[in-house]
Structures are given as structure tokens and as C-alpha cells.
Design a protein around this ligand. Structure first.
Ligand SMILES: Nc1nc2c(c(=O)[nH]1)N[C@H]1C(S)=C(S)[C@@H](COP(=O)(O)O)O[C@H]1N2
Ligand SMILES: [Mo]
Length: 309
């Protein structure tokens, strides 16, 4: 059951997280931890400041968010990532930043992000398969990272790549996609304040199945744009190829904005099924730009969204 988010609740009042912590304590054999001491090292809380985004939305549970995933590097089943991602080494982690930037290089993740403060933002998350969740991400604006490396005026797009490491990512042993997983945004989309790099979830480090140690979250686009476990960021003046469009250009376009009026060729996008509702889960109408229309519609002024899908 999903708990309703309130900023002044202590963690112990929030049902999903309490359930999760109890399970982790048991798994760690730390069952003897007294309730009052849990806020210590065992929690690894990120201490992120809370933002106003998503206040009042009903959160999905930690369990939902971390056990129903799309992360094809670990397999194509919804539970494959949870079952197989545990073996991924995420420390050390480096990100190559290249292309049209003033300070290209291969950066250690901690160096690249040190001093950028973390914020918790509750975002609607809508998958192209017509299910949705509400997730309390912890992260920072992509624009903060881009400012550090100095975007040159010639740049028009930002391209992203995921790690390729078939030893640890067993789904990469088969050519399900043309690895690495690739994604891209226009520079305007990348600079938009709703576009974040997430490093946490429920105020804890992001679990491997959700894209540790760092992934993109673009809440007005279908979920596949939110690329996980990023190792490369490239500033470019040409539209970069993206994995799902490469695999099937008829079905997936570069923009992939959530749009209830533009159907996927094989199914409607007018409604969505909320994960976690159990037997009583009903389909609900999908909102234009996933509910972020007032913030992002201006990015597409004058564009025909049925052609630029
Ligand atoms: N590297 C990588 N990133 C990825 C995917 C993937 O298979 N590989 N799947 C995408 C899809 S289709 C969705 S819906 C979201 C799912 O994110 P979640 O598992 O955190 O809910 O991740 C996206 N990012
Ligand atoms: Mo998706």
C-alpha cells in the first residue's frame, strides 16, 4: 500500500520505507537494531532537501519502484533487473564528458558532482507500455552538471550512454539492443529545470535496478528516455541516435513526449495503469506531457507533435 507523502513526517511514519528498512535490517542480520538507532549509519540517508514538486501525489512503495523495472542490460523481464543487477560494481564510477564542451574529460563521478546539493523531487513516471508510478527521486538538475563542463554555443543536443560490461550485465550477452543503450535530448530539454540526474530514491542511494549510481529522469517523456547507469555524456550539434528509435523507428521517435493523443502504433496511449493498485487498479487518463504541460509545452511551440513524436 502506498503511503501519502507529507514533508513533516519522520521516515518511520512512512509505510513503504518502514517496510523496506525492516526487510533490509533482517537481510543484513541487524534485526537487533533498536528502533531509535535506525537513523544511524544503517540508513545511509542522503539528507536531500525536499522540493515542492509532486507534493500531494500518492507515492508508489519502495517495493514497487525497485521490483518492477525495465533495464534490458539485465534481461527483458520486469523482475530481471531486481534479480540480476546486484552484481554490478558501481564504485568506482567515471563519466566521460566529450564533444562541444570547454572541459572534456573522464571524470570520477564524485569529482564531477561534488558540492552539488541533492533535492528530493516526487515525479510522475510514465512508461511507453502504458503503466505509471510516482517516484521520490533524489538528484540534481542536469543543467548544474552541464554548467561545470562548459557547454559551447555550437552544441544543440546532449547524448548519453550506459555502461557496457557484459561480465556483470548479463542481458548484454545477447544483442537484444545494439549496446550501449543510448539516449538523447535537445539542449533546451536538457537545460530545463525538470530534467534531473538521479542518484537516490526514497532518500537513499539509488538501487542498481533503478540505474545506479546515476541516471537521467525526464518526467514529461516516456520512461525509456530516462537512461540508467550513465558513463558518457556528449554535447553535439547533430541529433544523436537513440536505442529504441534505432531498434524500431516506426514505433519510437526522438522526442517521445507523453501524449495521450498520439497512440503507439500497437496500442493506445490515452490511459495508463498505476502500478501497485493490485486487483483494484484502474486505468486512469494520461495527461498531456505527463502532467507537466504548463512547464514544458513551450519547448515545442510551433512543432507538430504528431510528426515529432
Ligand atoms: N540503460 C538503460 N536505461 C533504461 C532502460 C534500459 O533498458 N536500459 N529502460 C528504460 C525504460 S523502458 C524505462 S520505463 C525506465 C524504467 O526505469 P525504472 O526501472 O527505474 O522504473 O528506464 C529506462 N532506462
Ligand atoms: Mo519504458
Amino acid at each position: 500500500m502506498a503511503g501519502r507523502y507529507k514533508s513533516d513526517l519522520k521516515w518511520s511514519d512512512v509505510t513503504p520505507k518502514r517496510d523496506y528498512m525492516n526487510r533490509r535490517q533482517l537481510m543484513a542480520g541487524a534485526g537487533a537494531l533498536a528502533l531509535g538507532s535506525i537513523a544511524g549509519p544503517a540508513m545511509a540517508s542522503l539528507g536531500a532537501r525536499k522540493s515542492n514538486y509532486g507534493r500531494g501525489l500518492e507515492l508508489n512503495t519502495y517495493e514497487d519502484i525497485t521490483s518492477y523495472n525495465n533495464f534490458y542490460e539485465f534481461g527483458t523481464g520486469k523482475d530481471d533487473a531486481k534479480n540480476n543487477a546486484g552484481r554490478l560494481t558501481t564504485d568506482p564510477w567515471s563519466i566521460t564528458v566529450d564533444g562541444m564542451v570547454d572541459k572534456p574529460g573522464k571524470y570520477d563521478l564524485d569529482d564531477l558532482t561534488s558540492g552539488i546539493s541533492l533535492e528530493e523531487r516526487i515525479y510522475r513516471f510514465r512508461c511507453v507500455e502504458a503503466w505509471s508510478m510516482v517516484v521520490p527521486w533524489v538528484g540534481f538538475e542536469l543543467s548544474d552538471l552541464l554548467a561545470r563542463v562548459g557547454v559551447q554555443s555550437s552544441a544543440k543536443y546532449v547524448a548519453f550512454e550506459t555502461l557496457v560490461r557484459p561480465d556483470e550485465m548479463i542481458g548484454q550477452r545477447r544483442p537484444v539492443l545494439d549496446w550501449p543503450y543510448r539516449e538523447g535530448l535537445t539542449l533546451n530539454e536538457a537545460m530545463h529545470p525538470l530534467t534531473i540526474m538521479a542518484t537516490g530514491l526514497y532518500d537513499e542511494p539509488i538501487p542498481n535496478q533503478n540505474g545506479a549510481p546515476i541516471r537521467l529522469v525526464v518526467p514529461w517523456k516516456y520512461g525509456f528516455k530516462s537512461i540508467k547507469s550513465i558513463v558518457r555524456i556528449t554535447l553535439t550539434d547533430t541529433r544523436p541516435p537513440i536505442s529504441w528509435e534505432m531498434a524500431n523507428p516506426r514505433e519510437y521517435g526522438f522526442f517521445s513526449n507523453v501524449n495521450p493523443n498520439v497512440d503507439h502504433p500497437r496500442w493506445s496511449q490515452a490511459t495508463e495503469r498505476k502500478i501497485g493498485g493490485g486487483l483494484f487498479s484502474k486505468r486512469v487518463p494520461t495527461l498531456m506531457f505527463n502532467g507537466y504541460e504548463s512547464e514544458v509545452a513551450g519547448l515545442y511551440a510551433g512543432m507538430d507533435l504528431t510528426k515529432n513524436f
